[in-house]
Design a protein around this ligand. Sequence first.
Ligand code: SF4
Ligand code: SF4
Length: 314
Amino acid sequence: MYLMRIESVWIGRGGQGIVTAVYIVAHASISDGLYALANPEFGAERRGAPVKAFLTLTDYFDDSPEPIKNPDVAVFLDDKLIEPMRVVVDAVRPGGYVAVSSGKSPEDVAKLVGRRDVNIAVVDGIGIALKHVGLAVPNGPMVGVFARVMGIPRLESVKEAIASQLGKAVEQNFAAAVEAYKTAVVIPASETGSARASVEIPTTSAFLTGDYELVGWDKIPEGGLAFPGSSLRYKTGSWRVERPVIDHSKCIMCRRCWIYCPDDAVLEVWREAKGPRGRSVKVKSIDFDYNYCKGCGICAEVCPTGAIKMVREI
Ligand code: SF4
Ligand code: SF4
């Protein structure tokens, strides 16, 4: 018989500190006298790729933990992952929480979540992280939101866990967690719904990459390619937190951005511009392929004239 058990699934992107976030909550909860089991799971191990982590908190020792299928809490560090990870939202227990880091209004996030039988917590995690830490990394704020909606771990324990897990910028990250704790907007569930969620999280990694068909080894064509695996199909531009924007008047066409972009997302295009005596002329210019730009910011970093600025997108 369980006394207390909180199961949570955390969804974010490589580089957003999602693994650190669950370790901070686990560490802090252990300090508060609970047991914690934290399991991150990776797909493509690179910045921007979707990452998920499972975290179970109990007040008893669980010697046979089951995979989480119907979490009490789903924590999203990026609202653009709600749709591709719809199964996680749908699997939250009625009466549970969906916590989202988003710059959108709480009402718009509630529409994205699309369920009335769960509580929805919204905070501008990136805005808060930029303010306190100077990085677009919303993990600290979402730790604060988790502590707010679940009532555990205690903020004092969160600070100690941040110190242990990060070892630096402790005050800044703790300030970000506290601000999110205080300012998260919680939209309560307006319907009770059934006792059970309509779906369960599959125990394969399939839900991390979206909808695809699992085929047996004997169905894969010899020398063929099993989807997923094609950038034609997977437009990785949705991984972005910030997008590059160019000021053509400052660009000297040195092409350093084109050379350094790791994703071939810097393009040379012909652009209409005003020429001598106001005539319309075509000039070679730099543009970006936002279908594949992951917002790493390298182009802005290497641009010698400051022509590229990174602009927040979520
Ligand atoms: S931010 Fe710049 S360098 Fe990075 S992927 Fe986008 S275009 Fe390429
Ligand atoms: S690095 Fe800057 S100046 Fe050079 S081509 Fe790119 S945008 Fe233009």
